[in-house]
Design a protein around this ligand. Structure first.
Ligand SMILES: N[C@@H]1[C@@H](O)[C@H](O)[C@@H](COP(=O)(O)O)O[C@@H]1O
Length: 245
């Protein structure tokens, strides 16, 4: 785990990590996340790109999740978020950026299509992850099977409340989403987990000090061979961390 001072330092470190990979492997397939956590990272990627450094022309991206019922033009959709926060500002080919289609007629079919697409493209090389305060990764809420592939998920009330800040009213937050499953996430060759803020402290404590359990989805990451965590002081200070963390 890399412990940093604050959100800004986490964002710089995470961007540096991603940039190194993109420079080394220009055809890299990145798994991307939404939420407040990666916004600063994406800002740093854009700033670096604008200095004519990193090119994303050959990069492919897969986003973790999307709200069911929202089209990509909806300001609250994750497709819109990604366009605004990253894709519109770098030289990536948008045809190579994939987000589950939240407005597809048949969400179950869309899950199968998305899972197959990731496989067909050869899988994800580096997956960026945030963590929900209840331990969710992607939108895999507590209780989700560790064997699940991309699936439709009912959002927990606490997740809808946490994400209400992006909507006008909490009632506007969709009740369902499509998310890469835990098994999809675990198949990525490498994972970069970003954690910032005191609201994530409890989750970090559980991650480090509790057994692997489907009641705390992020705990499965302990079984992944290549995970890097970048966490700020607010998220981890005062926690008892295992010596080899
Ligand atoms: N689906 C997203 C997750 O991918 C994200 O990691 C998490 C944390 O969000 P934040 O970074 O805003 O704390 O919740 C959201 O619901």
């Amino acid at each position: 785990m890399i412990e940093v001072q604050n959100y800004d330092e986490m964002s710089q470190k995470a961007a540096g990590y991603i940039i190194d990979k993109v420079c080394q492997y220009p055809n890299i397939k990145l798994g991307l996340a939404t939420g407040g956590t990666p916004i600063g990272t994406y800002k740093n990627l854009i700033a670096d790109h604008q200095k004519n450094r990193t090119s994303y022309r050959k990069v492919t991206t897969f986003n973790l999740d999307e709200y069911i019922g929202l089209s990509g033009n909806d300001k609250n959709s994750y497709r819109y978020f990604m366009n605004e926060q990253l894709f519109n500002h770098i030289d990536i080919d948008k045809n190579n950026t994939y987000v589950p289609l939240g407005d597809s007629k048949d969400a179950e079919k869309e899950c199968l299509r998305y899972e197959e697409l990731i496989e067909k493209k050869g899988g994800i090389d580096l997956q960026i992850l945030g963590i929900g305060s209840n331990g969710h990764i992607g939108f895999n809420e507590p209780g989700t099977s560790f064997y699940a592939a991309t699936q439709v998920i009912q959002l927990a009330p606490s997740t809808r409340e946490a994400n209400a800040r992006f909507f006008k009213h909490v009632e506007d937050v969709p009740t369902k989403a499509i998310t890469m499953g835990i098994s999809t996430i675990m198949k990525s060759k490498e994972i970069l987990l970003l954690v910032s803020g005191e609201s994530k402290k409890d989750a970090m404590n559980k991650l480090f000090n509790e057994e692997i359990s489907e009641n705390f989805p992020a705990s499965i990451l302990k079984n992944h061979p290549c995970v890097t965590i970048i966490a700020d002081k607010a998220a981890v200070s005062g926690l008892k961390l295992p010596v080899d963390s």
